[in-house]
Each structure stands twice: as structure tokens, then as C-alpha cells.
Ligand binder design. Structure first.
Ligand SMILES: Nc1ncnc2c1ncn2[C@@H]1O[C@H](COP(=O)(O)OP(=O)(O)OP(=O)(O)O)[C@@H](O)[C@H]1O
Length: 237
């Protein structure tokens, strides 16, 4: 059974339907990626899962329970946490205080300050610095660390590689091996197709609000992905 399941989801901004009949399935222990161009609806879909979108219809189930109408704080306490696009840190607070924000979810588990510092040793060295004074890569580590401090069952990551140098992206993605080994299931939103296919067990491509292609990375050709990503030609096998 899926841990997280989205079926026939529509999400609206006013009259505009930004997500159209979208679906996804995430099994326990799995990493899936959602790829797609700017404006495809990826962030809107993630926001809908955590209860941050406006009007929506369809089904969102987590661990067998309908969470489609639950408020964000209850969804977080149930174990779904987002690493938001743009990191959204408290720039004037220290690294450590930003990480401690994750305790608000009141979920016990393996992810403590010590565990986050073991995952990202540089953050331990910078723990008393303000988050606003860090580099982009270091801030992304704080954002991921803060999400881990909630001890999530599902981690939703919105474009964590955006604006970062390839070496930093590689360093951050390597940490996901430890994160998934701790039992966390992961949904990655990525514009970086190569990175998404390398990190995920299963990939969905979104185009104009709907899923235009899906499959295991090894089963998808470059031509199919390009067609599904840009809306050119025949994408579906
Ligand atoms: N607050 C909003 N009000 C109205 N329309 C919005 C709003 N946020 C997003 N949209 C529109 O909804 C559509 C989907 O946007 P969304 O941000 O979900 O796409 P995305 O795939 O995450 O793209 P990006 O990579 O740029 O974040 C786009 O057409 C966008 O312009």
C-alpha cells in the first residue's frame, strides 16, 4: 500500500486550474521525483499535499487516511514536512535556533540536533552564526536539517538544487542516502532532470498541471522526457 497517494487532484488559484487531475504514489522507503518546467504546477501540488493551497478537489491520502482537508499543522504532526523553495529560513536567528524550529512538530525520532550535525558537519561549526550570513548551500543544509528535526515520515523537497553550484548539489544529494536509510520517504521536485533521475526510484513529469509522463528512470528515454517536459511530440510510451 502507498504511504502517500494523490488521485485526480485539481488545485485552483481563483478560476485558474494550476493542477489538473494530478496523481502520484509514494511507497514507504521510496524516493520519487517530480520534474517539469517553470509553471508546470509542481510547487502547487506539493503545497496542496501539506494543506497550503487554496481551493482543491480530488484525493490526498497519507497512511490510509484522507488528509485533503486537514490543516497544515496537523499534517506536519502526522509526519509530512516540506523543504520549501527558497529555503525560508529566519535570517536573523542562529543556525541552531532555525533547526530547533523543527521541534514544533513534537515528533520523536532519530533526528536530533546531534544527528543533523553528524549529517552536515559544517552546520555544527556554524551553529552560532546567523542563518542570513551563510552561503546558499549552507542555508539549504539548514533548511533540510530543520525539516529533519520534525522527524518526518515523508520529506517533500521543493527545488533544493536551485541556484547552487554542481559540487554543492552533489554534496547535498549524497546526504539523501543517510536520510532514506533512516526510514524517511522522499518526494523531490527538480528542474534538474539528470539529478532527479539519478536520485529517484520513480519519476513523474508535469506539464501544464498534469502528469505528462511517469516511470522508473531506467525505463524512460531522453526523447520521452524531453517531449513530456516541453510538451513537444508524443511522450507517452
Ligand atoms: N499565487 C498564485 N496565484 C496565481 N497563480 C499562481 C500562483 N502561484 C502559482 N501560480 C500559477 O500556477 C501555475 C503553476 O505554478 P507552480 O509554481 O506550481 O509551478 P512550478 O512547476 O512549481 O514552477 P516553478 O519551478 O516556477 O516554481 C503557474 O501558471 C503559475 O503562474
Amino acid at each position: 500500500m502507498s504511504l502517500l497517494s494523490v488521485e485526480n487532484l485539481d488545485v485552483f488559484y481563483g478560476d485558474f486550474r494550476a493542477v489538473r487531475g494530478a496523481h502520484l504514489e509514494l511507497a514507504a522507503g521510496q524516493t520519487i521525483a517530480i520534474i517539469g518546467a517553470n509553471g508546470a504546477g509542481k510547487s502547487t501540488l506539493l503545497n496542496a499535499i501539506v494543506g497550503l493551497s487554496g481551493r482543491k478537489s480530488g484525493s490526498i491520502r497519507f497512511d490510509g487516511r484522507d488528509i485533503g482537508r486537514e490543516p497544515t499543522d496537523r499534517i506536519a504532526r502526522a509526519g509530512i514536512t516540506m523543504v520549501p523553495e527558497g529555503r525560508r529560513l529566519f535570517g536573523s536567528l542562529t543556525v541552531e535556533d532555525n533547526l530547533l524550529v523543527g521541534l514544533a512538530a513534537e515528533r520523536p525520532g532519530p533526528w536530533t540536533l546531534e544527528a543533523v550535525y553528524a549529517l552536515f558537519p559544517r552546520l555544527g561549526e556554524l551553529s552560532k552564526m546567523t542563518a542570513g550570513s551563510l552561503s546558499g548551500g549552507q542555508q539549504q543544509m539548514v533548511s533540510i536539517g530543520r525539516a529533519l528535526m520534525t522527524n518526518p515520515r515523508v520529506l517533500l523537497c521543493d527545488e533544493i538544487s536551485l541556484g547552487l553550484a554542481p559540487k554543492i548539489i552533489g554534496d547535498i544529494y549524497r546526504c539523501f542516502e543517510t536520510i532514506t536509510a533512516s526510514g524517511v520517504s522522499v518526494v523531490l521536485i527538480e528542474q534538474n532532470v539528470v539529478q532527479a533521475c539519478a536520485a529517484a526510484d520513480y519519476v513523474y513529469c508535469m506539464l501544464e498541471g498534469h502528469m505528462s509522463l511517469e516511470g522508473r528512470p531506467e525505463d524512460l528515454s531522453q526523447a520521452q522526457i524531453t517531449a513530456a517536459y516541453f510538451g513537444t511530440g508524443e511522450a507517452l510510451p
